[in-house]
Structure formats: structure tokens, C-alpha cells
Design a protein. Structure first.
Length: 215
């Protein structure tokens, strides 16, 4: 019962969530500096400028805050261009949708350049009608706008469109807007597993499992 599919990217299609916590450590390593234990947890709630300031002051870096922020962004971009991998079963499932003439769109909170770089390298771009970003839509996933825009592009009714998400708040937004929701396991959302199961229509560990989930 699927006329269209909308996929979150980070943590759903791509195993990319760890880099957001590791970016500061990776940046320091590029300078030949070993990060202290727990750096990821310290930087996680900070904005980019706050995190850059913390690194400058803590590790006495000679670079300006802006240069540090730019360096961290380059570290993240390099990861998407050269390292990130698709999660288990992703391409097989996308091929299945393509065979069954079910159109797919991506809906991401990340910058377009990162996702396009990863999709192009992994050969996933051909499976998507369009990539939607929260920045371009003008609202985050606490509002349904990005999903509604994707459904319009796909030409599918909301009630017959599936949204694949790993984040609890995003899954709730899509479900409340009338979409069918498949929650996808990611290590970053381990603590929300039970609530995701309660929120979504189905919960899958990986995309190999979805072949047996009745979707």
C-alpha cells in the first residue's frame, strides 16, 4: 500500500551520525592533536561557533574561531565525499521500489552538498526524484512541511506515502501529518527505540528486514 516513499538520510539511509560527534576529534587529529576523552559529548549540544570557540580555548589553537569552524565543516564534507556508507539493505530496497515504479524522495536536515556528494559516490542518486532539505524548505522536521512538499513532488497521497525516519521527533511529525511511518534503527537513537516502536507503523532494524514487514 505504497504510492511514494520519503527517506530521511542521516541515520536512515546513511551510517553518518557518528561523524557529527567525531568531527571535532577528527579536526584536531588533522592538526596532530589528540582529543581528550569525552570531547564528543561536550561538543554535541553546542553550535558550530560555540564548539569552535571551545576547541580554540581548550586546545590553545592558533586558528581563529571562523577558521576552526571552516575546518570542521571541511572535515564533515570530506567524510561524506569519501567515507560514509549506506546502511544495510538500502540499495536493494531502493532497487525494489524502482522496479515497482514507486517514486522516492529524500528529506534531510543536512546541507544539500553533503548528501549529493555521498549519493553520487554511492550510486544512490538515480533512485530519487528529488532531494529536499530543511534549509531550502525553511522549516525543520518538527513541522511537516518537508514531507508534504516531497509528497506533492512524488504525486502521492499522504495516506499512501511512507516516511522512513530514525529520529523520534521526526517520526512523530510525519505520523501526526497522516503519513505511514517506518522507523529505522540507528545507534544514535538507541534510547528512543521503544517510543519509536510505539509511534511508527513498523520498526525495522535494517532495510533487509523490510522485505518481511508487509510494506
Amino acid at each position: 500500500m505504497m504510492d511514494g516513499a520519503i527517506f530521511d538520510v542521516d541515520g536512515t539511509l546513511l551510517d553518518s551520525m557518528p561523524v557529527w560527534g567525531e568531527a571535532g576529534m577528527r579536526y584536531l587529529a588533522g592538526l596532530g592533536i589528540k582529543a581528550a576523552p569525552g570531547l564528543s559529548e561536550i561538543l554535541y549540544p553546542m553550535s558550530m561557533s560555540e564548539g569552535a570557540m571551545y576547541l580554540k580555548e581548550t586546545y590553545r589553537l592558533k586558528q581563529t574561531v571562523r577558521e576552526i569552524g571552516d575546518g570542521i565543516n571541511r572535515t564533515i564534507q570530506d567524510f561524506y565525499q569519501n567515507e560514509v556508507q549506506a546502511k544495510k539493505g538500502v540499495e536493494s530496497f531502493l532497487k525494489r521500489l524502482q522496479r515497482e515504479h514507486i517514486p522516492a524522495a529524500a528529506a534531510t536536515s543536512s546541507d544539500r552538498c553533503l548528501i549529493e556528494a555521498a549519493f553520487d559516490r554511492l550510486g544512490l542518486s538515480r533512485y530519487f526524484v528529488h532531494i529536499f532539505t530543511c534549509t531550502e524548505i525553511g522549516k525543520g522536521k518538527d513541522e511537516p512541511d518537508i514531507y508534504l512538499a516531497a509528497a506533492r513532488k512524488l504525486g502521492s497521497e499522504v495516506s499512501r506515502t511512507w516516511v522512513f525516519e530514525d529520529a523520534l521527533y521526526a517520526a512523530r511529525t510525519a505520523r501526526q501529518a497522516g503519513f505511514c511511518v517506518a522507523a529505522v534503527y540507528d545507534r544514535s537513537a538507541e534510547g528512543d527505540k521503544q517510543k519509536l516502536k510505539e509511534t511508527a507503523n513498523i520498526y525495522i532494524k535494517d532495510f533487509d528486514m523490510i522485505m518481511h514487514a508487509g510494506v
